[in-house]
Design a binder for this molecule. Structure first.
Ligand SMILES: NC(=O)C1=CN([C@@H]2O[C@H](COP(=O)(O)OP(=O)(O)OC[C@H]3O[C@@H](n4cnc5c(N)ncnc54)[C@H](O)[C@@H]3O)[C@@H](O)[C@H]2O)C=CC1
Ligand SMILES: O=C(O)[C@H]1O[C@H](OP(=O)(O)OP(=O)(O)OC[C@H]2O[C@@H](n3ccc(=O)[nH]c3=O)[C@H](O)[C@@H]2O)[C@H](O)[C@@H](O)[C@@H]1O
Length: 493
């Protein structure tokens, strides 16, 4: 790494920040940078999104962000535009937060949004500045982009590129941005490092509320790879516990006390050990696959098979859940009424990208089930993604007349449901808790047959087909118009 004495572009003024790409990451980052006191200009190609953000409205669900963003807009620190030219004129630190989705036909990341930003922004950069990649990209992306940026810009290598990967989790975006576990600065010289330290200065000092954020300074490839490795590790951890969950199921062990015991080992830790339906979302699945593709290109050998197995195990959680539904319904899902609780890929988000819950709902629908989905915040996105199933405004409405209730996204609202009330609404009191977070004793006491992923059937829950179960559900066959209801099912509005 080159070290220079006086940075030529260090003006001693607070940096003026632009954030290019105002999706989940960019809108959150822009609002947080403004909350740190900077003047911020957000840029997006989507003019409707820009208009809404400019009015202080957040076009997705992220707890706390509407309040934070609208305050920053009202107080004049945060504005939005569709014009990159305005951004180039305004800013000296440009964060790139555009999407890097999976390639439509396969294996690898689609980098076209990132490349377009560099190609369009480069010629507009007429004074020394720092372009900071935050999007998640395969290792080896940034170095050629840095060269291209210097080629395109009238100020040449004074238009620097750094990579500062982002680790925020949807649903915790503000906390993760303003109080990150760590900051990674991938830089090519100390000018870039100093510029990043100026931007993040408010997080780099100890305060009574929080200790200074640790910083790892490294080269561009390492910064890119830290991020990808973190997501691939998280995915691997989940597929590992889900593999253990399968062994639990086959052997009569219980994955819930098992992961509690695992998590008490400080070398393992208790976070991110929730076995069940597996991971989804706009990041872990696509980042793992992009890493697998890159690792294969770079000759990673058997390691590629490990990553492929992680993906495969995760995908199979969804088909395993469908298989359990089929089993609970006596082998046949056609015309069965299925209530799905949860559509978002995780609680506290309205994101349905690669949502395990929606995959299960779609699969059951495809096999002839009548599926009603509820989610506290993701219904609009879910309807757009999967228009063919029914949607309900409450969990109670979704469950009305159901042969089975599936708990697929662990919103806190669902832990607070009243199993007695629900039991009076359903046709059969059968619950599949695919997230292993509901209180099984409570549901069983209320008369439910409870099934989980990776856990033995609850001792109080009758097995399907057993005399006890047939008594509980009233009769043998399911789905018939004349099936007796349990507890007198009635539609609730
Ligand atoms: N969603 C998350 O929680 C996190 C995402 N990331 C990474 O950040 C990147 C962005 O992710 P999301 O915000 O989820 O994606 P997103 O799809 O929600 O947002 C991307 C935004 O970029 C805009 N855009 C596309 N081309 C543009 C251009 N040429 N100029 C200006 N704007 C443009 C799109 O209109 C969209 O609003 C991805 O690489 C992702 O892997 C990293 C950490 C967390
Ligand atoms: O690169 C990204 O965009 C982000 O991806 C993930 O964040 P996110 O996708 O928002 O959500 P997570 O909280 O990681 O959950 C991912 C998936 O794993 C599932 N999960 C999580 C935890 C658990 O114990 N079990 C489990 O199945 C969730 O239901 C969800 O479907 C990472 O956690 C972030 O650090 C990273 O910045």
């Amino acid at each position: 790494m080159t070290r220079t004495s006086t940075p030529p572009d260090d003006q001693g003024q607070p940096p003026r920040i632009t954030v290019i790409g105002a999706g989940y990451l960019g809108a959150t980052h822009a609002a947080c940078m403004a909350a740190l006191g900077f003047q911020v200009l957000g840029v997006d190609v989507d003019s409707e999104r820009v208009d809404r953000l400019g009015r202080g409205e957040v076009p997705f669900h992220e707890p706390g962000l509407p309040e934070l963003l609208s305050t920053q807009v009202a107080e004049g620190r945060l504005r939005f535009t569709t014009s990159l030219a305005l951004a180039a004129e305004f800013g000296d630190t440009h964060f790139v937060c555009v999407g890097t989705p999976e390639l439509p036909r396969g294996y690898g990341a689609d980098l076209s949004q990132v490349v377009t930003v560099i190609e369009m922004l480069g010629p507009l950069l007429t004074r020394p500045c720092l372009v900071v990649g935050k999007s998640t990209v395969p290792v080896g992306t940034a170095e050629p982009l840095a060269r291209r940026l210097a080629e395109l810009s009238p100020v040449g290598e004074h238009a620097r590129l750094a990579w500062n990967p982002e680790f925020l989790r949807e649903g915790h975006g503000i906390q993760d941005t303003l109080r990150p576990d760590r900051l990674v600065f991938g830089v090519t010289d100390d000018v870039a490092e100093r510029a990043l330290r100026r931007v993040y200065a408010p997080l780099l000092a100890d305060t009574p509320e929080r200790p200074a954020t640790p910083v790892v300074v490294c080269d561009l490839p390492t910064a890119e790879l830290v991020k990808v490795a973190a997501n691939a590790y998280l995915a691997t951890r989940l597929s590992f516990v889900n593999l253990v969950a399968d062994v639990c199921e086959a052997s009569g062990a219980d994955v819930v006390p098992l992961t509690r015991a695992l998590g008490l080992d400080p070398r393992i830790g208790d976070r991110f050990l929730g076995a069940g339906l597996g991971y989804g979302g706009g990041c872990l699945p696509k980042d793992l696959r992009a890493f697998t593709a890159r690792a294969e290109q770079l000759g990673a050998g058997r390691g590629v098979e490990l990553l492929q197995a992680v993906d495969q195990i995760n995908v199979e959680r969804r088909s395993r859940t469908v298989a359990l539904v089929r089993e609970e319904l006596g082998g046949e899902v056609t015309d069965a009424r299925v209530a799905v609780l949860g559509a978002a890929f995780k609680p506290h988000s309205d994101d349905v990208r690669d949502s395990p819950a929606l995959t299960v709902a779609a699969d059951l629908h495809l096999h002839g089930a009548r599926v009603a989905v509820h989610d506290p915040h993701a219904l609009t996105n879910a309807r757009r993604e999967l228009p063919t199933v029914d949607y309900a405004d409450s969990a109670y409405e979704a469950a009305t007349g159901a042969d089975i209730v599936l708990h697929l996204t662990e919103w806190p609202e669902y832990a607070a449901l009243d199993p007695d009330r629900l039991r009076r609404l359903v046709r059969r009191p059968t619950l599949l808790d695919a997230r292993n977070t509901l209180d099984r004793d409570h549901w069983t006491r209320a008369g439910w047959s409870v099934r989980s992923l990776g856990r033995p059937r609850h001792p109080g829950s009758p097995a399907p087909g057993s005399l006890q179960h047939r008594r509980a559900i009233g009769t043998g066959h399911h789905g018939g118009a004349g099936s007796p209801t349990v507890g007198g099912a009635a539609r609730e509005t």
